[in-house]
Design a protein around this ligand. Structure first.
Ligand SMILES: Nc1nc2c(ncn2[C@@H]2O[C@H](COP(=O)(O)OP(=O)(O)OP(=O)(O)O)[C@@H](O)[C@H]2O)c(=O)[nH]1
Ligand SMILES: [Mg+2]
Ligand SMILES: [Zn+2]
Length: 301
């Protein structure tokens, strides 16, 4: 007989599946909650109160206030939380399926908006013939106050470096499908089966991660694996947040003639000058214009 549950219990959401949530209690025991929680859906990382629902299941009674929330905008334009109570956003990209700079910059805004520092991982370094070709991009992100780490999950390169930077943090791994998020996490959580490739072997056709999962790390902290996204929509995010999210542009822009300079066409614009002088990354600037226009269009609609 499993020990009877107390009237109310506290635990952490460690996995979100389509039809149920997994809650880990303070004794590291897992509980399955199936009933829909009416006051909003808990996400991975949430601390919740739960009670016995009979039949081995539990009910989620309430969600504790979140210290941080990662959210995207769903197809109906509603903000949709993806993870809670995290301290670092790890954006993973790779030469295969390709480095999507716009997606990276959207995530950086989300990190800034969520009040956490981002970290950019470029995985599959084994597929890059001339790694020095990445230098301009790495420099651009370092200027944007985003740490960068080059890794190869297949051979283990760079993972020690990454682990050191994430020590004690709750790191959410995000990025497109197939860049190697689960492969990297598997190195950090060797005793947990992440089953990279296992599902395809079982005939499911893909090793894609379908649920966000929280893994406690031995030395403290945690990592959250998440399913790959094709796009990460940000419209409905206020213009000010887009502007602030482009850290280096915002910082440079303090020197522009007009304090509300949009850095598009204004005279004596330090950002445009930097672009001319090649001290501002062209793609960062292009993405800034793109996301700013999107945010402005959202205000008009
Ligand atoms: N060449 C190479 N392949 C890698 C590396 N890391 C991961 N892969 C391969 O890339 C594929 C996708 O890896 P996953 O870890 O499942 O990618 P993911 O980002 O978790 O993907 P989703 O769960 O769909 O979001 C697998 O076939 C891995 O073996 C790497 O460093 N080099
Ligand atoms: Mg995965
Ligand atoms: Zn300007």
């Amino acid at each position: 007989m499993p020990p009877k549950l107390k009237k109310t219990n506290t635990g952490r959401i460690v996995a979100v599946h389509r039809s149920h949530w997994l809650i880990q209690d303070q004794q590291e025991k897992l509980h399955k909650a199936t009933a829909r929680y009416k006051a909003g859906a808990p996400v991975v990382g949430d601390l919740v109160q739960f009670s016995d629902a009979g039949g081995g299941g539990v009910h989620i009674d309430s969600i504790e206030e979140r210290e941080s929330t990662l959210q995207r905008i769903d197809r109906r334009g509603q903000p949709k939380p993806l993870a809670a109570n995290y301290t670092r956003l790890v954006v993973v990209c790779a030469p295969a399926p390709g480095i999507d700079r716009l997606l990276i910059d959207q995530y950086l805004i989300a990190a800034d908006h969520g009040g956490v520092r981002p970290l950019l991982v470029i995985n599959k370094s084994d597929l890059i013939e001339d790694v020095s070709g990445l230098d301009p991009m790495l420099a651009a992100y370092q200027k944007a106050h985003c740490e960068t780490v080059l890794t190869c999950a297949m051979q283990g390169d760079g993972l020690q470096n990454l682990a050191e930077r994430l020590r004690g943090e709750v790191a959410v791994f995000v990025g497109p499908s197939g860049v190697g998020k689960s492969s990297i996490i598997q190195h950090f959580v060797p005793d947990r089966e992440i089953r990279v490739g296992a599902l395809s072997a079982a005939g499911m056709g893909s090793h894609t991660t379908t649920a966000s999962v929280w893994y406690d790390l031995e030395g403290g902290g945690a990592v959250i694996d998440s399913p790959g996204v094709r796009e990460f929509r940000l419209d409905h995010i206020p213009v000010e947040i887009v502007r602030a999210g482009f850290w280096e542009i915002d910082e440079m822009g303090q020197g522009c003639k007009f304090s509300n300079c949009s850095h598009r066409h204004e005279p004596e614009c330090v950002v445009l000058e930097a672009l001319q002088e090649n001290t501002l990354d062209e793609l960062r600037y292009k993405n800034y214009l793109h996301l700013l226009a999107e945010a402005e269009a959202a205000v008009r609609n």
